[in-house]
Structure formats: structure tokens, C-alpha cells
Design a binder for this molecule. Structure first.
Ligand code: FNR
Length: 353
């Protein structure tokens, strides 16, 4: 029996299979509100058979966005706007998940298809926030270093966004602690140069991300799962690495996190990343065995046999697919026969089977 197509239960939530749609920014929101694009994009991937569909990095505050067109959840109106989308995803058999994020020093940028560079004030840009006032590149604005009261405010923003995720009909929340955004910036010694209790030692660098996790877990119902996405390594000597990721994952587990979604990189430009099929899978395997927590493997997973092997060899509990799901929203339905899994098609599409 296929492991990829076997259900996965976390707390009270059961995913029909272990194929998760990785969170992907669509840069198609208006004032943080989802649009018809999101209904069609997320809805088709639910119809396509994924076990879980995760909404893109969704900012907990306007200045926590990467670009002005990012998704957000900083008001009750945002939660309401997501309701028809989560209803559709759930009616079509997918677990509805959302990634909550703060872009930190990588905020205030142009859309990727317009170059992705930093936005000036005259282009509706804003001053980004970070643990230390170090810009991402020389082209980026110098971020404002966060005060203790700023940290308290951001914790409250994460708490409220978590509460609104429930109102919006989501069943899983993922905290974005990866890819050089705010919480990763606290973890990485390359970017966090603070001299207070939030910088320096590993314990201090983990303090704010763990504080956020504690606040989110307290707000998120006991019966619902909480994920965290990490960058398991910065790929740079002297940066964040897999050993620290294992320690962090143990702490996250103690706080009630259910799954670590193991990505990597993006905290500094031009890292020497060895891209290739399944290149981040060893991180998921190590966190799973050494921290004793469920993991998601992500990155260059495109083939059903590859995905099956990752799960069958105990390297991860689920796979997250990004670009392959952009190429083919019906990937789960299309690949099921190759793993001899009998997956029902939506009634409306049965004649196309
Ligand atoms: C991404 N990725 C990403 N990651 C994340 O944690 N939050 C996000 O919002 C986004 N946004 C995003 C947009 C687009 C268009 C792409 C292609 C990617 C990264 C993504 O989730 C995934 O980790 C990587 O794409 C690697 O997986 P694949 O694409 O090799 O399966």
C-alpha cells in the first residue's frame, strides 16, 4: 500500500494523503485580502487531490509583508474574506492550512515579476523591521532594529492572526521561521547582532521565535495541529545549521508543535546552495530522528516514486510540493495509478479519468 496515499492524522485533523501544497506567495492580494485568484489557485489544488493545501506566507501586519500585494490577516475583514476559500478547500477534501509570517528586513519589495527590488517611499514602500539594523543587500533599505515593546507588539499580532485563522476556517497554522524572514533573522547569527537577551547565545537567538510559538500555541485550539517551517541551514560557515535546528525542533516540540517543515537558506544573498532532487530531505530525516517529531520534506520533489521513498524510508511524514503543483494542480490524481493507489476523482471530472 502506498505510504504517500495513506492518511496522516495530527491531533484531530486527518489529511487524506501525505501530499501537501507548499505555501507559495501569489502576490495577488489587495490590501492583504485574498482575491478570486486565490479561490481558483487554492481551490484547484484541493480539487486536484492534495491532502493539505497551505495558503502562502500571510502577514500578521501590513509592514510584515514582502510586497504590497502580499496576503495578510491583520483584521477581521481579512478572516471573513478567506472563509469561502477555506470552505471550498474543505468541501473538496483538502485540509485548509495557512502560513503566518512577518517579512522582517526582507519587507517592502517590488513583485518578483517586476524585479523584486526594494521599494522606495514614493512607491508605497516602508521601513522594514529586523533584529539588527543590517540591510539584506546594499540595495535594500536599512531596517529599524526592534525594541522590546516592538517585540511585544509583534507577538500580539501573531496571536491575533492565529485567532483570525480559526475564524477564517483554517485547520492548520504554520509559523514561518524560514527563508530569512523575521523569525529566521532572530535565529541566524549572520543577521542577529543584538547584545540584549534576544541575541548572542543560541538560547537568546531562539527566545523570540519560541515566544511567538508559545503565544500562537496558546491561542490555537488544542485539537488543531501547529506546524513550523524552518530553514534547517543557512549554507554559510558560522550561520544557522542543522545541529541548531535539531535543538530548536526539540524546544518547539515541547511547546506543542506537531510538525517541522524543513526548508533551508535565503537569510543572506548568494548562498552556495546545492540545489538538486530532494536536496533538503536529509534535514527532515535528521530532525525527525533526533528531535522525535513529525517532519515535512520539501524542495525539488517532483516524482511519485521519489516521494514514496522519502516517506517509506522514514525520512519524513509528509512531502510538500511547490513548483510541481504549479505545473500540475492535479498531480495527486495523475500520479496515484503509478503507486497503485485507488484515488477517487471528483464526480464532476469522473469522465476524464
Ligand atoms: C515559494 N516558496 C515559499 N515558501 C514559503 O515558506 N512561503 C511562501 O509564501 C513561499 N512562496 C513561494 C512562492 C513561489 C512562487 C515559489 C515557487 C516558492 C517556497 C516553496 O514553498 C518551496 O519551499 C520551494 O519552492 C521548494 O519546493 P519545490 O518548488 O522545489 O517543490
Amino acid at each position: 500500500m502506498s505510504r504517500l496515499f495513506s492518511p496522516l492524522t495530527l491531533r484531530s485533523v486527518t489529511c487524506r494523503n501525505r501530499i501537501f501544497v507548499s505555501p507559495m506567495c501569489m502576490y495577488s492580494s489587495r490590501d492583504g485580502m485574498p482575491t478570486d485568484w486565490h479561490m481558483v489557485h487554492l481551490g484547484s489544488r484541493a480539487v486536484g487531490g492534495a491532502g493539505l493545501v497551505m495558503v502562502e506566507a500571510t502577514a500578521v501586519s501590513p509592514e510584515g509583508r514582502i510586497s504590497p500585494d502580499d496576503s495578510g490577516l491583520w483584521s477581521d475583514a481579512h478572516a471573513e474574506a478567506f472563509l469561502p476559500i477555506t470552505r471550498f478547500m474543505r468541501e473538496n477534501g483538502a485540509v485548509a492550512a495557512i502560513q503566518l509570517a512577518h517579512a522582517g528586513r526582507k519587507g517592502s519589495c517590488e513583485l518578483p515579476w517586476r524585479g523584486g527590488g526594494p521599494l522606495g517611499a514614493e512607491e508605497c514602500g516602508w521601513q522594514p523591521l529586523a533584529p539588527s539594523s543590517l540591510p539584506f543587500t546594499q540595495r535594500h533599505p536599512i531596517p529599524r532594529s526592534l525594541s522590546i515593546s516592538d517585540l511585544e507588539e509583534i507577538e500580539e499580532q501573531f496571536r491575533l492572526a492565529t485567532r483570525r485563522s480559526l475564524k477564517a476556517g483554517f485547520q492548520v497554522v504554520e509559523i514561518h521561521m524560514a527563508h530569512g524572514y523575521l523569525l529566521h533573522e532572530f535565529l541566524s547569527p549572520l543577521v542577529n547582532h543584538r547584545s540584549d537577551e534576544y541575541g548572542g547565545s543560541l538560547e537568546n537567538r531562539m527566545r523570540f521565535p519560541l515566544q511567538i510559538t508559545r503565544a500562537v500555541r496558546k491561542e490555537w485550539p488544542e485539537e488543531l495541529p501547529l506546524f513550523v517551517r524552518i530553514s534547517a541551514t543557512d549554507w554559510v560557515e558560522g550561520g544557522w545549521d542543522i545541529e541548531q535546528s535539531v535543538i530548536l525542533s526539540r524546544e518547539l516540540k515541547k511547546l506543542g508543535v506537531d510538525l517541522i517543515d524543513c526548508s533551508s537558506g535565503f537569510v543572506v544573498p548568494d548562498e552556495p546552495v546545492p540545489y538538486g532532487p530532494g536536496f533538503q530531505v536529509p534535514f527532515a530525516a535528521r530532525v525527525r530522528s533526533e528531535a522525535g517529531i513529525a517532519t515535512g520534506a520539501v524542495g525539488y520533489i517532483t516524482d511519485p516514486a521519489q516521494a514514496e521513498t522519502i516517506l517509506a524510508t522514514g525520512q519524513a511524514d509528509a512531502v510538500l510540493l511547490g513548483r510541481e503543483m504549479l505545473r500540475d494542480p492535479y498531480w495527486p490524481l495523475h500520479v496515484a495509478p503509478r503507486l497503485r493507489a485507488n484515488v477517487p476523482w471528483p464526480d464532476q471530472y469522473n469522465r476524464g479519468k
